[in-house]
Design a protein around this ligand. Structure first.
Ligand SMILES: [Zn+2]
Length: 207
């Protein structure tokens, strides 16, 4: 089994990475991106590659414990966060992780959760049908131990504390997901738009 067995998914993921690269959401080899390929595997970006110029041969397959199918390949360091989401919900088909300027800064000024109200763009998020319904985004403390961070996310999920298709890591960035890469892309773009609005509002209050 290799990435070439899934050419459509690989190309979709490369296209998303290129778009995010143009927007400055995955600078300096940051960010990581994945698509589920079956019940127990996903395609994910390899560690250390420039996502803005990602080629399909820089993708790899790992199981949902984060083990590479080909032992000479090294998955992204943050693979445990992708695989924990796939394990938690069989309907998740793609996970996208960005490091935008606005999500990084906003997450450092928002406390353990960020409540978003009043924006039409909230309707980009599955399950939200009105600007009048709050979107509450969990914010986890950053941690270089990705397995520990994945355990925190898993506990929050099981406690029902993750009600939108995404969360922030403070000073780090956004994780968003969807039933497929198209929906995960829409969620990421919606969140990033909302974070940019909120960061500009925060800046105005700080000045
Ligand atoms: Zn990251």
């Amino acid at each position: 089994m290799n990435v070439d067995d899934f050419p459509v998914d690989a190309n979709a993921l490369c296209d998303i990475c290129h778009v995010f690269g143009e927007r400055g959401w995955c600078r300096a080899t940051s960010g990581n991106f994945s698509i589920r390929v079956d019940k127990s595997h996903c395609i994910i970006t390899q560690s250390g590659c420039d996502k803005s110029r990602l080629a399909s041969d820089q993708l790899m397959i790992c199981d949902l414990d984060g083990r590479a199918i080909h032992p000479d390949q090294r998955p992204s360091a943050e693979t445990p966060l992708h695989t924990c989401l796939y394990r938690l919900d069989n309907s998740i088909g793609s996970v996208l992780h960005t490091h935008s300027v606005s999500s990084t800064l906003l997450s450092m000024h928002s406390g353990p959760q960020l409540t978003i109200n009043g924006f039409e763009m909230q309707k980009a998020l599955a399950g939200i049908t009105s600007h009048e319904r709050s979107a509450v985004v969990p914010v986890f403390d950053n941690n270089q131990d990705m397995r520990a961070l994945a355990e925190e996310v898993t506990a929050a999920w099981k406690d029902g504390d993750i009600s939108v298709p995404g969360f922030l890591i403070a000073g780090h960035g956004l994780y968003a997901w969807g039933k497929n890469s198209t929906e995960a892309l829409r969620h990421t773009e919606g969140f990033e738009f909302l974070f940019e609005c909120l960061w500009q509002q925060t800046l105005a209050k700080l000045s």
